[in-house]
Design a protein around this ligand. Structure first.
Ligand code: NAP
Length: 260
């Protein structure tokens, strides 16, 4: 049951720097009651502002029921470009209950002169590429939940960077590099040199917080195995926080909240 309220209820699906920035801005907007949703994968999330809820909704159906029960007026999906399921669930749920949906997704990285990128479709292909290229010392920056395809690879020493300790069982040789971005070029340069890295594996997450590794790899002639983004649903999409705020404001005006 929906009830009319002066403030519009915005649900923000988070888990990214952009979501955190947008949440901080929306939390100050008096026209909005903000709820930020996180999957609950990180034990110390950085979100400030709005009411926080954690954990899955139970698929598209569960999300549709939540949107209805919580009388959500606008949904903003600011999940990570590699979050493969949530964007489709959001599109299906919003279609079902008639809630306007915006996807906020930062632009992908593109190669610059001097880059030695090998584009692959997924992590399995990334692992196969390491073997095919004869990689020996690899900086793996794909996240601690995405290690399966790399376990058991023979003759490769992995340096696994993640925010929280990774499970390195069944790796022949692996060391955890615990760190949380943003990273700068100087530190990335030092990391690549210190461990004599010959190949970097990364998802094409885009954004500035973790782009320094690409500049450092370019400088040192290090090969980069670049994993493509998964497919995304065809929904209204912006690639920056300012445009997201404009879209939300336009929706608030459309749905009857007074303009700024
Ligand atoms: P995913 O494959 O799209 O989502 C898997 C399931 O996790 C979803 O079906 C949903 O469960 C739940 N979920 C995802 N995002 C949620 C959110 N913001 N609030 C509540 N439930 C959420 O996504 P993922 O790759 O597992 O990523 C999980 C979270 O980590 C996302 O919020 C994403 O922004 C963040 N993240 C992902 C990556 C990455 O590389 N994949 C990197 C950095 C941050 P139900 O179906 O039960 O609703």
């Amino acid at each position: 049951m929906r009830t009319e309220s002066a403030r519009k209820r915005v649900l923000l699906l988070g888990g990214t720097t952009e979501a955190t920035t947008l949440a901080a801005a929306l939390a100050k907007d008096e026209r909005i009651e903000l709820i930020v949703s996180l999957a609950g994968r990180t034990s110390s999330p950085l979100v400030r502002g709005g009411q926080l809820r954690t954990g899955g909704f139970g698929g598209a159906e569960g999300l549709a029921a939540y949107l209805d029960a919580e009388a959500i007026d606008v949904l903003v999906d600011a999940t990570h470009p590699f979050a493969a399921r949530m964007p489709f669930n959001a599109a299906a749920a919003c279609g079902r209950v008639g809630v306007p949906l915006l996807k906020l997704c930062r632009p992908a990285w593109t190669p610059a002169e001097g880059d030695r990128w090998m584009s692959v479709a997924d992590l399995q292909e990334a692992a196969a590429t390491l073997v095919a290229r004869g990689a020996r010392r690899v900086l793996l920056t794909t996240g601690r939940q995405e290690l399966e395809p790399f376990r058991g690879l023979h003759g490769i020493t992995f340096f696994v960077r993640s925010i929280e300790p990774p499970d390195l069982r069944r790796f022949e040789a692996a060391t955890a590099v615990l760190a949380r971005g943003p990273f700068d070029v100087q530190a990335e340069r030092a990391l690549l040199s210190e461990h004599a890295i010959d190949t970097l594996v990364t998802k094409n997450s885009g954004g500035s917080a973790t782009a320094a590794k690409l500049a450092a790899a370019r400088e040192q002639g290090i090969e980069v195995v670049m994993v493509h983004r998964p497919a995304a649903p065809a929904v209204p999409t912006v690639d920056n926080v300012a445009d997201a705020r404009r879209w939300i404001s336009a929706q608030l005006i459309r749905t009857g909240t007074s303009a700024e």
